[in-house]
Ligand binder design. Structure first.
Ligand code: NAP
Length: 289
């Protein structure tokens, strides 16, 4: 058996935990803040994946496991630390499944570097209630190639969720950041993905993504000049009512991952002498709202 603890079974953590629970060799524990009775994940073919894993609400009740998936929002990393302290044994590996490009930095004080795996997820998922999740479509789950990545990928073997391993995780993470940074317009306008059909908004998204691409390339990612157009095309191709997690947080009056998605572009842009006025404006407006 492989013991796995998912810290934060929200939209993405719940989707991953739902699939992982389908593998007989996986022994699942959900580490939650808000109690849930079971996991119900509506998956892309319209069927429902249901699971009743062990649920813990108190970090003191947790014991070391083989794998931890840390899937809280980036702004909840510190509160997840109490779980990590309890779940981490001498051989535990930790997959940091979060947006942004700072996975390793965020967990540097919590987990040995060689046992930390950064993971990018490009799957749209939404949570309607605690433990109730809709996975909108299949998408990419990307981790760095290597032994740790290969072991993480094996956890999902036999499920409909495949993990892609890449030799250039930096570029993969920045590619996702370009998409996410443009998604700030959804939080600004309080409108779902369909707002990209407005041509002025599409031009703004393209320009925000272009700033991110320039900064990403300056820090070593290899991103094509065509990426901003691809970003807009992605928003145009998504369901018009699809809500990204920044917008979901804003609508629910929760904190937002603004620093991880746009603030980072401004910070690293400043370090490399690259102007990022649009990302900066978005951060300023949302922080002040
Ligand atoms: N949603 C998407 O479509 C999507 C797509 C790609 C990437 N991502 C990224 O994936 C990451 C997770 O996002 P999400 O959308 O899954 O967020 P989410 O739905 O808000 O889920 C986060 C979960 O973490 C839980 N949590 C917070 N602090 C905790 C703690 N101390 N102990 C235990 N649980 C805790 C929350 O509990 P409560 O139930 O109490 O709120 C919630 O269940 C983010 O970095 C996001 O940007 C999301």
């Amino acid at each position: 058996m492989t013991s796995i603890a998912v810290i934060g079974p929200g939209a993405i953590g719940g989707t991953l935990a739902g699939w992982l629970s389908q593998v007989p060799d996986n022994e699942m524990t959900l580490c939650v803040r808000t109690p849930i009775d079971r996991l119900v994940v509506e998956v892309p073919d319209g069927s429902v994946v249901e699971a009743t894993p062990r649920v813990l609400v108190d970090p003191d009740a947790a014991k070391p496991v083989d794998w931890v998936l840390a899937v809280t929002k980036t702004y909840d990393t510190q509160s997840a630390a109490r779980w990590i302290e309890r779940l981490l044994g001498p051989t535990t590996s930790v997959a940091v499944v979060q947006n942004g490009v700072e996975h390793m930095d965020r967990f540097a004080d919590l987990v040995p570097r060689e046992r930390t795996l950064p993971v990018i997820v490009d799957i749209p998922a939404e949570r309607s209630a605690p433990g109730r999740i809709k996975q909108r479509r299949h998408g990419d789950v990307i981790a760095p190639a290597g032994d740790l990545g290969a072991r993480f990928a094996r956890l999902f073997e036999g499920t409909q969720l495949a993990v892609t391993l890449t030799d250039d995780f930096l570029s993969a993470a920045w590619r996702k950041l370009a998409l996410n940074s443009a998604g700030v317009v959804n939080a600004l306008t309080r409108k779902p993905a369909g707002i990209a059909r407005n041509e002025k908004v599409a031009a703004l998204m393209r320009a925000i993504a272009a700033e991110t691409v320039e900064v990403g390339n300056a820090v070593g990612a290899k991103l094509p000049d065509t990426l901003p157009d691809e970003v807009v095309a992605r928003y145009l191709a998504s369901a018009p009512d699809s809500v990204n997690s920044l917008l979901a947080d804003r609508l629910a009056n929760r904190p937002m991952e603004l620093d991880a998605r746009n603030g980072i572009v401004v910070r690293l842009g400043a370090r490399h002498g690259i102007a990022t006025p649009l990302n900066g404006m978005a951060v300023a407006i949302l922080e002040a709202s």
